[in-house]
Design a protein around this ligand. Structure first.
Ligand code: PAF
Length: 265
């Protein structure tokens, strides 16, 4: 690699969709070379079924990466990333890992931090790109960079949505046709929460969301939270300085979907 060339990095777990490809495009526009990793990281799954059923479409992924002009793909095995008896590293990502995914998926962010750290140390990127769909992950990674003093810059990229508004996700591939049509409800709830934020307070909005989900038998709400982007702690302030963002996680047909929306955006 030439001394002045920059490396952009897009870590993924494969089953690539336009959201991932937008990260590749962003990297290509900012860096000389773009590297994508595909690795379904076992240590970040707190649910064995979610891990077993995680979609794997490697051949198609490689075709898409070629089409979009990604320069290199890192496709390691579990043995390569985790040697015998290797433990997951424990991190203190507070305050970013305390609420929401942090409390509903115990150990998840330790697994994410462990693998992303290993990937940063292997690829040594100048800039790394993460989607805002996993907004909490993005903040955790920024904190990881601070803790470990990595030299990569972290860039967050906007959520890419399907035509009906459903946030793109590899897990959408696991939805039945019927559930796929229904899944947009999650985004509709977020949009409605944003509309309500003009004239209602946080507890009124939360009550409305819980009530809306209680009429949707096929959904099981994990959480709906309004948290400040600054620390990802629940907030009762809807002022723009608090940077309130609505976060949601819900099961539909056994598939866990997450989404988020800035309330003052
Ligand atoms: O967002 C993901 O796909 C994963 O959490 C990541 C960052 C690739 C780490 O395994």
């Amino acid at each position: 690699m030439g001394a002045n060339k920059t490396i952009g990095f897009v870590p993924t777990m494969g089953a690539l969709h336009s959201g991932h490809l937008s990260l590749i495009e962003q990297s290509k526009s900012e860096c000389d070379y773009t590297v994508c990793s595909i690795f379904v990281n076992p240590t970040q799954f707190n649910n064995a079924e979610d891990f077993e059923k995680y979609p794997i479409t490697t051949e198609l992924d490689l075709k898409l990466l070629k089409e979009v002009g990604c320069d290199a793909v890192f496709l390691p095995t579990v043995e390569e990333m985790y040697s015998n008896n290797e433990k997951v590293e424990h991190f203190d990502f507070s305050p970013f890992d305390v609420s929401m995914e942090g409390s509903y998926r115990p150990g998840h962010f330790d697994g994410v931090g462990t693998i992303v750290g290993k990937l940063f140390e292997t690829i040594e990127p100048d800039i790394s790109f993460f989607g805002e769909k996993d907004f909490q992950q993005l903040k955790v990674i920024e904190k990881l960079v601070e803790i470990k003093n990595y030299s990569t810059k972290i860039v967050g990229c906007p959520i890419v949505r399907e035509a009906d508004g459903l946030a793109m996700s590899s897990r959408n591939k696991r939805l039945s046709d019927e559930h796929r049509k229904k899944a947009v409800f999650i985004y509709q709830v977020l949009k409605n929460a944003k509309k309500q934020a003009i004239s209602h307070n946080v507890s009124e909005i939360k009550n409305w969301v819980i009530d809306a989900f209680s009429h949707e038998e096929e959904f099981e709400l994990d959480y709906f939270e309004i948290a400040s982007e600054l620390d990802l702690q629940p907030t009762s302030s809807l002022n723009s300085e608090a940077k309130p963002r609505a976060f949601i996680a819900a099961y539909l047909g056994g598939v866990r979907l997450i989404d988020n929306l800035a309330l003052n955006g």
